[in-house]
Design a binder for this molecule. Structure first.
Ligand SMILES: [Zn+2]
Ligand SMILES: [Zn+2]
Length: 146
C-alpha cells in the first residue's frame, strides 16, 4: 500500500512537470518573414540603421549601418588648469556631438608633483603677503607725505 502511494505521487509530479513544459515545446518557432520597415542612411559620422519587422509575428530587428566618416574629435576644456590644480577636458565631435574621454586631466600650468604644487602655493601665498605688507608701508608713507 505504501508503495502504491509513492508511485501515485511520482505520477502526479510527472504529469505536472509535463503540463509545464509541453506547451513550451509545442509552440513552433516563427519562420520569420522579414520586411524592411525603416531605413536611415548614415550621414557623415552618424551611423544609419535598418529596421525590419516580421510579417508573421511582428518581431522587430535593427541593424546598424556604420558611418563612412570618422568623428571630428575636438578637445573641450571643462575646467581650466591653474598653477596648482589640474584641469578637466573631454573630446566632442564637432559634427554630431558625440563625446568620449570624459574627465581627462589637463596638467596644472606648473606641472610637477603634488608636493611641488603645495610648495608653489605656499611660496605664492608668502610672496602675496610680503607684497601686501610692502604696499601697506608704501600707502602709509604716501599718506604721511601728503
Ligand atoms: Zn516572425
Ligand atoms: Zn560625429
Amino acid at each position: 500500500m505504501k508503495h502504491l502511494k509513492a508511485i501515485f505521487s511520482v505520477c502526479i509530479a510527472l504529469t505536472l512537470l509535463a503540463l509545464c513544459f509541453v506547451p513550451a515545446f509545442a509552440e513552433e518557432p516563427c519562420a520569420h518573414s522579414w520586411q524592411q520597415t525603416e531605413y536611415v542612411a548614415p550621414q557623415g559620422c552618424r551611423d544609419g540603421y535598418v529596421r525590419e519587422t516580421c510579417a508573421l509575428c511582428g518581431e522587430t530587428a535593427e541593424r546598424t549601418i556604420a558611418a563612412a566618416q570618422d568623428h571630428q574629435w575636438e578637445w573641450v576644456v571643462d575646467l581650466a588648469p591653474t598653477r596648482y590644480e589640474v584641469g578637466r577636458q573631454h573630446e566632442a565631435c564637432a559634427e554630431c556631438g558625440a563625446v568620449r574621454n570624459m574627465n581627462t586631466a589637463i596638467p596644472s600650468v606648473k606641472g610637477g608633483t603634488d608636493f611641488g604644487r603645495l610648495l608653489l602655493k605656499m611660496t605664492d601665498a608668502i610672496g602675496g603677503a610680503i607684497h601686501d605688507f610692502i604696499m601697506k608701508i608704501v600707502d602709509f608713507f604716501s599718506a604721511l607725505a601728503k
